[in-house]
Design a binder for this molecule. Sequence first.
Ligand SMILES: [Zn+2]
Ligand SMILES: [Zn+2]
Length: 260
Amino acid sequence: MIRYSVLGSGSSGNSYVISYEGTSLLFDIGFSLKEIRYRLARTNVDIASVNALFITHFHPDHSRGAGVFARQTKKPVYVHQEIIEAKIPELLVLGIPEHLLCGFEPDSPVMIGPFEVSAFPTSHDSPHSLGYSISVNGREFLLLTDTGRTNNQMKEKAKKADVIFLESNYEAKMLEQGPYPRMLKKRIAGEQGHLSNHEAIQLLSASSDCNGRCRRVYLCHLSKVNNSPEVLLKRLQELPILDAEITVCHNSIQYLDEIS
Ligand SMILES: [Zn+2]
Ligand SMILES: [Zn+2]
């Protein structure tokens, strides 16, 4: 059985874990180590048994705990190779020991135990930001958050995936009429910002292939100010996705499931 969990999502912290036969991979760590230890324990994963951490990008809600994680667990932290070469301040400030930093290129998959992890570029205002596709035991996972735009590569990955963690950050009208300053609104809705409810649903709809398979979709990273689970659920009723079982993730709640 493959066990997986949305340990948390949203601006207060993002993290996901996937475990299979004693190997566990962590994706993003936007929490303190104490918090992540606690959330992992709820999924029956001991932090000491996590084999590696993969980072999508270096905004604190995704990378906050990476330095402490590496120093305490001595486990590798995978990031885009160019991030290491560029020595960006957001990376340096975390204090990840150099020998634990593993750089990789989007087109070269990394094998860890039964897992194969590939990365692909996202469109976000953080250098070399990534999404991940993960294969294990014949199943495909897709992690796609923090992207202002989607493309055909993402659609193809969403089509093949059995489990999708997908950003659904804001409702366009709520952002437009909400309290954020104009520049911030522009940033969020821009090419290097975040995915709206409409865009997330469009991606699912465009990658729907109705071959009898049902994808499990976790819509996550909802803005507390410019979105709400109720509004997103309403949107989903307007354009139902036939081949997806959808969970709308509340920021503070942890979601745990398994798939054979
Ligand atoms: Zn971000
Ligand atoms: Zn984020």
